[in-house]
Design a protein around this ligand. Structure first.
Ligand code: C2E
Ligand code: MG
Ligand code: MG
Length: 720
């Protein structure tokens, strides 16, 4: 799901709408072009026609004069000649009867049919216009003799004529005369009057037409330029955004987003199908320490240097990025694990040399991405690439180096694959396991080292899975903790332990406080004390029979919230203990601030030789310290008689260890308590009746509250 939304985000940034802009540009330019062409040709036609009509009227007038003249004696030709126009009259066989001026008609063979003059037909019969010699080039006629105008060649022609005229008139401004011969049938069709029409195309016409076309071209140009500018700005801002999106704010190099995007692109390529790649997690150890010794700014500068150095050592089609904090992700070509190891070691040496006055070390985890084969055993291109998953594997491998301060490299191997599979199984099955009550409570008693009297018990979880077998907490608790799923388990345990305690009390057994482990992750939950109280009350167990164990590491999260919760729990009558004291850091400081009842010394205290002076001093002083702080003490992991004697000597209150008892199933522990509940042990066996009465009251109140809540919910759902 997360991956999908990330991909979406990447695609959003990478999506390039350039082709859309280009297409839009092209369509707009095309539309404007069509309009300009249409208007230009209409305008040209209009100019040409309007000029020809005037001329036609004059020629027609002469033809009319000639046609109407019936007086043989009248010198009609002198009258016609006075008009100063070239004309001639031919009989129907084409023989010229009379001619005035030059006859240049007919060389191009075509004739014009003037559309706007069609209605003038009939006056003198057919009207035709023949092309003059000089019209060749811009007026063309089709097979039927109809004229078509080609504005472009007309302009070229006009330019040529203008040049000629300029030469002729020595630079004087001139108009362009494009002669056309107009033929009009006269004398009832027996003769034809040919008049030369001077189609005068003045320079202002050319200028107007040119201006019109130029404005059109400029308009198209403007639109194109605007589009281009828009395209370029979109493109550059998109590039800038992409860069920003893929840039790490600290190293100013590539970030994780880029790594996954680029990585999936490269690794999916067919040409790299047979190439083994190694996905690496490289971490700069003790980065925080470095920042404390120098400064955060110097620490970040160091990360920049690391990023740069890694980049300098990359080969072609290898890539890297700053992941987060002091972690870097790398993808290197790996022909063999040995070669990769040698290469990484070389890189680590260079990285270590980045600092001369501060020892810097690095851990690298490597996951080898082998070529993928199809069903027939042929190498195929990698389709199922999940860089995040591969990088996680590299991180898992790197984590195996935790605890070692020197630089090193670890590979993700078969064991880790199994480990990963197990993690997936736990995460997949734990919820059903809770529902099916597959988790069982084991009890490990705590005894007084002096009297061997039962003083307390710790509830420890086991997973009795019909499918997976019997599992110790170390195999699943850390996984659930890491994935934030532990609160459910802790609540399960509190409820079950409270239920068991209540039933033992009801049985009149020698009940002692039972401690339940509550994970540090659980302490992040608000209202934890109330939650615990409600669970215990629901089972009707007196609060003093429940002890809450916190691990020492929990004390480093939110100190204030922790103190508040401890105080609330104590006010409610629960006991609170610190588990594994001495296994972490800063224990003394947490003791100072936390109002705890019980201190549990970690088993590590008893692993060495207690008779050595230093060991004795540490343990005895820890016990004294707890005593001075009014705390009871429990020693965990005690296996030897000498350890028991030693702890008894220094006043340790309880011992929890294999020496006395291993964690045992509920039934076995019940039997142990039953054995203790003899008349001699009456004092222990006798539960506090007042505490029992109060617990019963709370149980009833809790039941009532639950009923009321259910009724209110029911009413809200069905208001009627
Ligand atoms: P812990 O709370 O410190 O529990 C003590 C562990 O030490 C238990 O391991 C117990 O079996 C073991 N132990 C006790 N005496 C001896 C001894 O003499 N020798 C040796 N070698 N071991 C001894 P276990 O039951 O495997 O539990 C491991 C850890 O798992 C617990 O450490 C606790 O942190 C966690 N855990 C167990 N149950 C729960 C639970 O219900 N909730 C949570 N959050 N954590 C739990
Ligand atoms: Mg514990
Ligand atoms: Mg412990």
């Amino acid at each position: 799901m997360r991956k999908k939304s990330k991909r979406k985000a990447i695609n959003k940034v990478k999506k390039n709408p350039l082709w859309l802009t280009l297409l839009f540009c092209f369509v707009i330019a095309l539309i404007v072009d069509v309009f300009i062409a249409f208007f230009a040709s209409s305008f040209t036609t209009y100019i040409i026609e309007s000029k020809i009509v005037g001329e036609y009227e004059s020629v027609s007038y002469l033809a009319k004069l000639y046609d109407k003249n019936t007086d043989e004696n009248e010198d009609i030709f002198s009258a016609l000649n006075e008009e100063g126009r070239d004309y001639y009259i031919a009989d129907k066989h084409g023989k010229i009867i009379y001619q005035n001026g030059n006859n240049t008609m007919g060389n191009t063979s075509g004739y014009l049919e003037l559309p706007s003059m069609a209605d003038k037909k009939g006056d003198h019969g057919d009207v035709r216009a023949y092309l003059d010699n000089s019209t060749e080039g811009f007026l063309t006629t089709d097979d039927e003799g109809k004229i078509t105008f080609d504005p472009e060649s007309m302009l070229a022609f006009a330019y040529k004529v203008e040049k000629d005229l300029h030469a002729d008139t020595q630079g004087k401004q001139a108009s362009i005369n494009l002669p056309i011969w107009i033929a009009i049938d006269v004398k009832d069709g027996k003769q034809v009057f040919y008049g030369k029409a001077s189609f005068v195309f003045s320079m202002s016409d050319i200028v107007l037409l040119s201006a019109f076309i130029l404005v059109g071209i400029a308009l198209v140009g403007c639109i194109l330029i605007l589009m281009l500018v828009n395209m370029i700005t979109t493109f550059t801002s998109q590039k800038r955004m992409t860069k920003y999106f893929f840039t790490d704010p600290i190293t100013r190099g590539h970030n994780w987003m880029w790594f996954t995007y680029k990585g999936e692109k490269i690794l999916r390529k067919r040409k790299f199908a047979s190439q083994t790649f190694a996905i690496l997690d490289l971490v700069f150890l003790k980065y925080r320490n470095y920042c404390v010794c120098h400064s955060v700014a110097e620490g970040e500068e160091m990360l920049c240097k690391i990023d740069r150095l890694i980049k300098e050592n990359l080969g072609k089609n290898e890539f890297s990025a700053h992941y987060a904090s002091a972690n870097f992700a790398l993808a290197l070509k790996a022909n063999s694990p040995e070669e990769l190891e040698a290469r990484v070691k070389g890189l680590l040496e260079k990285l270590e040399a980045l600092e001369s006055d501060h020892r810097v070390t690095f851990h690298v985890g490597a996951y080898l991405l082998q070529p993928v084969k199809d069903a027939k055993g042929r190498i195929t291109k990698r389709r199922d690439i999940d860089i995040e998953r591969e990088y996680n594997n590299a991180c898992t491998a790197r984590a195996t180096l935790d605890g070692c301060d020197d630089s090193g490299i670890a590979f993700f191997d078969a064991d880790l694959v199994e480990e990963q599979k197990w993690i997936d199984i736990v995460l997949d099955k734990y919820e059903a396991a809770i529902e099916n009550e597959e988790f069982v409570v084991y009890y490990q008693p705590k005894y007084d080292p002096k009297t061997s009297e039962l003083k307390g018990v710790e509830a420890l979880i086991r997973w009795n899975s019909p499918e997976l077998g019997f599992k110790a907490p170390s195999t699943f608790i850390p996984i659930l903790e890491k994935n934030g799923l532990i609160p459910k388990i802790d609540k399960y345990m509190i409820s079950h332990v409270a239920r068991d305690q209540k039933s033992w009390l009801d049985m009149g057994l020698a009940c002692v406080p039972a401690s339940v482990n509550v994970s540090r992750a659980h302490f992040m939950e608000k209202d934890l004390a109330n939650q615990i109280k409600n669970m215990v009350d629901k089972e009707g167990c007196p609060h003093e029979y429940i002890e809450i164990e916190l691990t020492e590491s929990a004390f480093f999260d939110d100190k204030k919230a922790m103190i508040d919760t401890i105080e609330q729990l104590k006010d409610m009558g629960f006991k609170v203990s610190m588990d594994d004291f001495g296994s972490g850091y800063s224990s003394l400081n947490s003791l100072k601030d936390m109002p705890l009842d019980i201190l549990k010394l970690d088993a590590e205290f008893f692993r060495g030789d207690l008779n050595d002076d230093r060991g004795e001093i540490v343990v005895s002083q820890a016990l004294k310290l707890a005593k001075d702080l009014n705390m009871l003490t429990v020693a965990e992991g005690v296996e030897e008689k000498e350890q028991v004697d030693f702890l008894a000597k220094y006043g340790c209150d309880m011992i929890q260890g294999f020496y006395f008892a291993k964690p045992m199933p509920k039934e076995e522990y019940t039997k142990r308590m039953d054995d203790l509940s003899t008349p001699e042990n009456e004092a222990i066996a006798q539960p506090n009746p007042e505490a029992l009465r109060k617990a019963e009251e709370r149980r009833l109140a809790a039941e009532e509250a639950a009923d009321e809540k259910a009724a209110a919910e029911n009413e809200a759902e069905n208001p009627e």
